[in-house]
Design a protein around this ligand. Sequence first.
Ligand code: BGC
Length: 341
Amino acid sequence: MKRICALFFALVLAGTLTACGDTGVTPTIRIGVALYQQDDTFISTVMQAFQQQAMAMEQERGVKINLNLADGRSSQTIQNEQVDRFLDQDYDVICVNIVDRTAAAVLIDKAQSAGVPVIFFNREPVMEDLSRWEQAYYIGSPGARAGELQGELVLRSWQSDPSALDRSGDGVLQYVMLEGEAGHQDTLLRTEYSVKTLTGAGIATEKLANETADWQRGQAGTRMKQWLEEFGDAIEVVFANNDDMALGAIDACLNSGMAPEDLPFIVGVDATPPALEAVAEGTLKGTVQNDAKGQAKNMLALSCALAEGTDPSRAVELTDGKYVWLPYVSVTKENLSAFQQ
Ligand code: BGC
């Protein structure tokens, strides 16, 4: 007994137990996370970072963080039930990667009735829905900026060596667009702003084809295979709304027998580890970092502040009291080492 007391006082003196408060019971924060689809490459990167950072925070602050992840399997009905369960079980805060971003009002109203703050991330609810309650937040990156940065990657290459990009020599950039899920804000904005950046700089462009591949590598490979059969070498640029689809386009080109140095100029978004490898190999000309770690870090800091009832604007940088925006950064061979772990 004496030894236990001595150890206890030594820990208090060393400051390691101060976060436990007077009761000696470790405070617990319970966070329910509802994912649109757990096996999405980018979402699983965010979640890995979230879990690692939560463990680090437990050590640093002497708290216990209970994370419960639920996979919505792309069904809003399933996700609504999962959120209901979190609310019934008195979670302190819920984080929602909403399946259908137009369906947020129902979830916000339920969370409000239960008095549980809700943080949406990656799939942005419409502003009218988010404004229904002051305890509803959104964490993400501004999709238009990712599109602009993709456009700038192509523009820079055009300006430094137009003939390498304009293989037909007709002064017009022929491109195809691999789109993410229909209706996702990143699909709409990245698609629009990538091309606008080129036309705004006075470059003539021609869209050969566009189609959704639902963020997925396999589907993108199938689309690109068809386009290669239809347009062949006429495809000069491939805009992909994310890296998995850019990798699918690369797969199709290489499978068609094209040499790696003959691939069209392919750009993606996310900076996932396999995409960074493709940048190193030169098959992917560039990508745009979608800051998974930054999104996870802010989601954790905001969750803890809301659970503990402290001022959220001291934990994260809030825009309009609701939004946390993480910047995008473009990645090419030149600055690649800064993004590799
Ligand atoms: C990412 C995609 C991901 C999607 C899921 C986007 O921001 O770039 O890779 O599939 O979010 O919602």
